[in-house]
Design a protein around this ligand. Structure first.
Ligand code: PRP
Ligand code: URA
Ligand code: MG
Length: 217
């Protein structure tokens, strides 16, 4: 039997690299930063939906003949969980790719001293239906405190980590190590991996505070 491992996928796509560069640049104003994060949400969700969106085979009649065709299976639920605030920035792009997904908002904020997250909004259902595909939008995985809190809430509600995808923009080793220890079947899609966290829990070089830059605060 093969041992499952956390997979981190950095799609080698020029559009993803381009919008990451725009987002990193301190000179990028809030309005353009938002667009960059939206675009990253779109392309990273497109990549993450490979081998994850459930399909079904149905015969269709073309003007000339019957032929087999592959469609999205509407009977298997797909959910997006944006982690407020910054995860909202990736949501519009994710919804372009997954227009039928249900959206369950989850609000977290880190304490600036302890870096521990506190939940201030939980719109998750009590129980997810079996086989639900869940895509989490969370642009920054830094210490990993926030994403671990989200994963604990989701798995308590019946979500299968192997059917879960995280769409992020920049991820750092501490978060990846925590996820790998508890959720080996999970897959993370990200524009890049930055190795360093500073003393304030910020990713370096990173892009600064994603929520503040999206919302101009
Ligand atoms: C930021 C970011 C992540 C979290 C990541 O949230 O949006 O949710 O930090 O850090 P961690 O991996 O160390 O937990 P923040 O508390 O700044 O809230 P915001 O999204 O409202 O800005
Ligand atoms: N949250 C952010 O918005 N940026 C970081 O670098 C780390 C956490
Ligand atoms: Mg923030």
């Amino acid at each position: 039997m093969t041992q499952q491992q956390l997979r981190i996928i950095v799609p080698p796509h020029p559009l993803i690299q381009h919008w990451l560069g725009v987002a990193r640049d301190v000179a990028t104003p809030s309005v353009l930063f938002r667009s960059a994060i939206t675009e990253l949400g779109r392309w990273l969700t497109y990549e993450a939906s490979r081998d994850w969106l459930p399909t079904q085979e149905i015969s269709v009649q073309t003007p000339l003949a019957a032929c087999p065709a592959t469609f999205i299976n509407p009977n298997i639920p797909v959910a997006v969980v944006p982690i407020l605030r910054a995860g909202l920035g990736l949501l519009e792009g994710a919804q372009c790719v997954l227009p039928l997904a249900s959206i369950y908002h989850f609000g977290l904020v880190r304490n600036e001293e302890t870096l521990e997250p506190t939940c201030y909004l939980n719109n998750l259902p009590e129980k997810f239906a079996p086989f639900t595909r869940v895509l989490i939008t969370e642009p920054m995985l830094a210490t990993g405190g926030s994403i671990m809190a989200v994963m604990a809430e989701l798995t308590q509600r019946g979500v299968d980590p192997a059917l879960t995808r995280i769409v992020s923009v920049i991820v750092a080793p501490p978060a990846l190590q925590k996820l790998a220890a508890v959720y080996p079947g999970l897959i993370v899609y990200t524009a890049t991996i930055d190795e360093i966290l500073n003393d304030h829990g910020y990713i370096v070089p990173g892009l600064g505070d994603a929520g503040d830059r999206i919302f101009g605060t």
